[in-house]
Design a protein around this ligand. Structure first.
Ligand code: ADQ
Length: 488
C-alpha cells in the first residue's frame, strides 16, 4: 500500500487529540505507513529550511518553523482575514492588505520545499484546508508527480464573492493542480461549478471566459462527520456523569438549551442570543423553566473582528440577563472556555435542545456530536441552521434560517414541547445519518477515491510536464489583474 502523507497547517502534539477530526486522521495514519507534515507552532528569526521529524504518540511528524512576519501574513492575514470571512460570505469582515498574499505564497513554498525531499514517487498526499490551497502547485513546480488530494473544511463561496478575493484566479489555478478536491456539501460543488463554468463575471454577450482548465481535477462532496457511537459511550462515562451531576444541581427542573461553538462570527451567536430573548419575551410561561448554556472559547483573538464580535456577544448576554434575570433565576450562562469531550458529551445528552445555528458553516461537527450523545429513550431536539453543511445530512432536525430570529425562537418553542414519540423518530433518522457519515467513513471514502487515481498519476508521470494545461480560449480575464501562467 502507498504511504500516506497528511499535510495541515498545524501538526498533532502529544496527548489526546482535541477533536474528532484529529482523532480520525491519526487513526487513518496509524493504519498505514507515512507521516504528518505541517507547522510546528514555533516562530523563530531564522528558521531552518529543512523539516525535522519526530515521533508523536506513535506517528511520524515532520515540522517546520516560520518567521513571525511570514506566519502573521499567512495565518492571521491572508488565511483568516481574507479567505475565512470571504468563504463564509462575509466580505464586510475582510481586511485587504497586499503584502499578506506574498506571505501566504511564501509559506506554501516553504512547506513544499521542506516536504519535497521526503516524498517517494508513490506517496499519496492529502492536504487540508484553505491555508494550503497553493501547496500542490508548489510541489508540482518542484517535480512532484504524486497523487495529491485537497480537502476544504469550510464552505466554497458563491462566484460573486470569489471574484472579490484578491488573486482568486491564481488560487483557483492552484486548485487545478490537485487530482482530487473534496468539499463538505453539494451546495459547495454547485458554487464551484458556477465558477468553473464561467470564471469571470457574466456579461450579456459572448461565451463564458475560462482561464483555468479543471478537466484533470475531480471535485466532489465528501461530507465529514464525527464518531457518533464513541460519543454515545462517552456521554454515559463517569467523566460525563460528573459534569451532568454538577449541572443538575444548578438546573433543578429547568430544561437545558445548549450551544457549543468556537467564538467565531460565522457561528451566529448574536442572532442565537436574540432568538432566545424572543423565546422568553413571547412565551412568559417558559421563564424559570428553561436555561441557555452557551459555551464559546475565544479563538483567533488577535484579529480585531473577533475581538469586536466577542464584545458584542458579552453585551447581548448582559442585556438578556438584565431584562429577564431575577434574584433567584438566571436565563442564561455564558462560558468562554473549552471543555474536554466527555464533559461536552454529558452536556449534549442532558440538553433538551441542541442549538446549532451558524450563519454559514462547512459542516458543523457539534451537530454530529449532539446527535451521537443523545439518550435513545428520551432524546433531545436538534435545532439546526440550514446554512450549515450538516443541513444536507440531517433532514430530521428542526431546520431554521438563523438570520430570522423569530423562526429560531419558534423552533426552540416547538422543540421544548415536542412529544416523546416525535423526538424519538427524528433522532433515529439523525443517528442513522450520523453513522452513515461517520468520520471514519469520510476518511476511507476520500482516500479510496484518491487511491483509485493511480492511472492518472501514471499518465502524469508519462506526460512531459505533467501540469494541468491552461485553456487556450481565454479572450481576456474578468478582473484584468491576472494572466494565466504558461503551462510547464
Ligand atoms: P470549526 O469551525 O472549528 O471547524 P465544528 O465543525 O463545529 O467547527 O468543530 C468544532 C469542534 O470543536 C467540535 O469537535 C467541538 O466539539 C469542538 N469544540 C467546540 N467548542 C468547544 C468547547 N467549548 N470545548 C471543547 N471543544 C469544543 C471547521 C469548519 C467546520 C467543519 C470542521 C471539520 O468550520 O464547518 O465542520 O472544520 O471539517
Amino acid at each position: 500500500m502507498s504511504r500516506l502523507v497528511i499535510v495541515s497547517n498545524r501538526t498533532p502534539s502529544t496527548g489526546p487529540a482535541a477533536g474528532g477530526l484529529a482523532v480520525a486522521l491519526r487513526k487513518t495514519l496509524a493504519e498505514r505507513d507515512g507521516f504528518w507534515f505541517g507547522w510546528s507552532g514555533k516562530l523563530s528569526e531564522q528558521p531552518p529550511r529543512e523539516a525535522r521529524f519526530e515521533e508523536v504518540d506513535g506517528l511520524t511528524v515532520g515540522k517546520i518553523d516560520l518567521t513571525r512576519q511570514d506566519h502573521h501574513a499567512y495565518y492571521a492575514g491572508f488565511s483568516n482575514s481574507i479567505l475565512w470571512p470571504a468563504f463564509h460570505l462575509r466580505l464586510d469582515l475582510t481586511t485587504f492588505d497586499g503584502q499578506w498574499y506574498e506571505g501566504y505564497r511564501r509559506v506554501n513554498t516553504r512547506f513544499a520545499e521542506a516536504l519535497r525531499p521526503h516524498l517517494k514517487p508513490d506517496d499519496v498526499i492529502w492536504v487540508h484546508d484553505y491555508h494550503l490551497i497553493p501547496l500542490a502547485a508548489e510541489l508540482r513546480r518542484l517535480g512532484a508527480r504524486n497523487r495529491i488530494g485537497f480537502y476544504l473544511h469550510i464552505p466554497f463561496p458563491v462566484a460573486d464573492t470569489l471574484f472579490a478575493i484578491p488573486h482568486h484566479l491564481e488560487l483557483m489555478r492552484d486548485l487545478s493542480h490537485y487530482d482530487l478536491v473534496g468539499m463538505q456539501a453539494q451546495r459547495d460543488i454547485v458554487a464551484f461549478n458556477e465558477f468553473a463554468d464561467h470564471q469571470a463575471p457574466l456579461s450579456l454577450s459572448g461565451d463564458p471566459l475560462k482561464a483555468v482548465d479543471f478537466s484533470k481535477t475531480i471535485v466532489e462532496a465528501f461530507p465529514i462527520g464525527s464518531d457518533p457511537d464513541a460519543f454515545a459511550r462517552l456521554a454515559v462515562s463517569p467523566a460525563a456523569n460528573k459534569m451532568v451531576r454538577r449541572m443538575q444541581r444548578a438546573m433543578d427542573e429547568q430544561r437545558l438549551i445548549l450551544g457549543v461553538d468556537r467564538l467565531d462570527y460565522s457561528k451566529g451567536l448574536p442572532q442565537r442570543v436574540e432568538a432566545y430573548e424572543k423565546l422568553l419575551a413571547n412565551n412568559p410561561q417558559l421563564r424559570r423553566g428553561v436555561h441557555l448554556l452557551q459555551i464559546a472559547p475565544p479563538s483567533r483573538d488577535t484579529i480585531k473582528e473577533y475581538q469586536h464580535h466577542s464584545d458584542q456577544l458579552d453585551a447581548m448576554c448582559g442585556h438578556v440577563m438584565g431584562r429577564f434575570a431575577e434574584p433567584d433565576w438566571q436565563p442564561l450562562t455564558y462560558v468562554k472556555r473549552a471543555y474536554g469531550q466527555p464533559s461536552l458529551a454529558g452536556l449534549y445528552r442532558m440538553a433538551r435542545i441542541g442549538l446549532v445555528t451558524p450563519l454559514r458553516d462547512g459542516m458543523n461537527l457539534v451537530a454530529h456530536e449532539y446527535v451521537g450523545s443523545q439518550n435513545p429513550e428520551d432524546p433531545g431536539v436538534l435545532v439546526l441552521s440550514r446554512f450549515a453543511g450538516a443541513a444536507e445530512i440531517f433532514e430530521d432536525a428542526l431546520q431554521v434560517n438563523p438570520f430570522d430570529t423569530d423562526e429560531t425562537a419558534e423552533a426552540m418553542r416547538m422543540g421544548l414541547s415536542m412529544p416523546l414519540e416525535e423526538r424519538r423518530a427524528r433522532w433515529e433518522g439523525l443517528m442513522r445519518a450520523a453513522r452513515t457519515h461517520s468520520v471514519d467513513n469520510w476518511a476511507a471514502r476520500f482516500l479510496d477515491r484518491l487511491g483509485a487515481m493511480a492511472g492518472r498519476a501514471r499518465q502524469r508521470n508519462a506526460s512531459k510536464g505533467g501540469m494541468p494545461t491552461i485553456a487556450r480560449d481565454v479572450l481576456h480575464l474578468g478582473s484584468g489583474t491576472e494572466q494565466p501562467s504558461a503551462p510547464a
